[in-house]
Design a protein around this ligand. Structure first.
Ligand SMILES: Cc1cc2nc3c(=O)[nH]c(=O)nc-3n(C[C@H](O)[C@H](O)[C@H](O)COP(=O)(O)OP(=O)(O)OC[C@H]3O[C@@H](n4cnc5c(N)ncnc54)[C@H](O)[C@@H]3O)c2cc1C
Length: 308
């Protein structure tokens, strides 16, 4: 192990090589800032490769009147689809109708908003490149494949699928192409203020060394609080609530190309998404975890919940 001082000064030191760290690195490097991103493991080794792999506006957030959030996410969906069509593509969702959970008029109204909300953000006269939602008979076009026959009607709408880990790597590569330094297997250990800037200690393949930076971005995902408390020693009153969302992978439940969005009796939604040709990805759960449980694993109870 070597000790060293990196004499170079960075405008921005980013902790974490997930989608947030990589995206911020790309944006900052594109604006001409001198960027160093450090990732303790590999790029996308944590949450950003274990997502449901959707680029979506968040249909369910409409129920909480989060119109702006959904509109912004829909506009971003359009942008991402344009710039990375080789790893992001449209995915058709079938929502079987269960009138005792949500009335049809409510779903129709929600989908109408979902079809149109993103346009204003994209600019006058712009349109989503994805097809509009519609009501369907599940017996048509194989929409009911894999469902119990008692489901007769449903709705179809579109979002996008993404190779989440590749999106992270492509952002990091683009950041590097704009001059950012990306160092994997390098842990941010601590930092202190020195002469109006940060002197940060890193531990990686090049040994323990110190770099200087004008600003630090804490994009450590589930470790965000640990970095604040233990590495930066900054006390903030705000708390971070950690939750785990688990998926199960089962043999493919139907041969059609569509995914399902299912309404659970607890009003949560569960996605069933065609995955790696032969499989279906089912998720997620939403379970609080403690700070000591960073490598969260699915529990028997969660598996039962997803299989219900
Ligand atoms: C079950 C589930 C499903 C989801 N589905 C979707 C979805 O379909 N679509 C969507 O858009 N979003 C989805 N999300 C949300 C999305 O996945 C997360 O918001 C996103 O991945 C978080 O990225 P991040 O970069 O903040 O964190 P992470 O990807 O966790 O990255 C943080 C990184 O920081 C590194 N790190 C931590 N401490 C240090 C240190 N001291 N030094 C160096 N590196 C450090 C870690 O190793 C890690 O790689 C989902 C989330 C979950 C949990």
């Amino acid at each position: 192990m070597q000790l060293g001082v990196d004499s170079e000064h960075y405008d921005l030191l980013i902790i974490g090589g997930g989608i947030n760290g990589a995206g911020i690195a790309r944006d900052a490097a594109g604006r001409g800032l001198k960027v160093l991103l450090v990732e303790q493991n590999d790029l996308a080794s944590a949450t950003s490769s274990a997502s449901t792999k959707l680029i979506h506006g968040g249909l369910r957030y409409l129920e909480y009147f989060e119109f702006r959030l959904v509109a912004e996410a829909l506009a971003e969906r359009e942008t991402l689809l344009k710039i990375a069509p080789h790893i992001i593509w449209p995915l058709e969702f079938v929502l079987p109708h269960e009138s005792h959970l949500r009335p049809a008029w409510m779903i129709r109204a929600g989908l109408f908003l979902y079809d149109h909300l993103g346009h204003r953000m994209l600019g006058f006269g712009s349109k989503s490149s994805l097809p509009m939602s519609k009501g369907v008979r599940l017996a048509d076009n194989g929409y009911g494949a894999g469902l119990k026959p008692e489901f007769k009607r449903g709705f179809v709408y579109y979002d996008c699928w993404v190779d989440d880990a590749r999106l992270v790597v492509l952002n990091a590569r683009s950041a590097a192409a704009h001059g950012a330094t990306i160092q994997t297997h390098t842990r941010f250990v601590s930092a202190r203020r020195e002469g109006g800037e940060w002197a940060a200690t890193l531990n990686g393949e090049r040994g323990i060394r110190t770099v200087r930076a004008s600003a630090i971005v804490n994009a450590a995902g589930p470790w965000v609080r640990q970095v604040l408390d233990e590495a930066l020693r900054i006390r903030l009153p705000a708390t971070v609530r950690l939750v785990k969302g688990s998926h199960i992978v089962v043999p493919r439940i139907h041969e059609e190309r569509h995914a399902f969005i299912l309404q659970n009796p607890d009003r949560r939604v569960i996605f069933m998404i065609p995955y790696e040709r032969q499989f279906t990805l089912v998720g997620t759960t939403d379970v609080p975890v403690t700070r000591d449980d960073y490598r969260a694993k699915i529990s028997r109870k969660e598996i039962d919940y997803l299989c219900e």
